[in-house]
Design a protein. Sequence first.
Length: 86
Amino acid sequence: MYYIWHHNLVLNFPAQGFSSFKDVVSTICFESNSLPFPDGQDRIILHTPNDDISFAFDLTELEDFRTALAEAAYMNEVYMLMEKER
């Protein structure tokens, strides 16, 4: 199970759901999918598996989020390798 914590929101994903979500996030183009928000800043809206919950990220936040997802996937691979060694 993967948990994504962002501010006051925590989402849980099974392994396959996390992988699919990570793939979508890593390939989405900010420039062609961002929208202007009332504060004047462009943000992208990322939908989650729960139709009632979406993330809104500016470019820097999206890049940080992508990095965190990639690190989580990498660390899971490390843990899986450690388990195999036991």
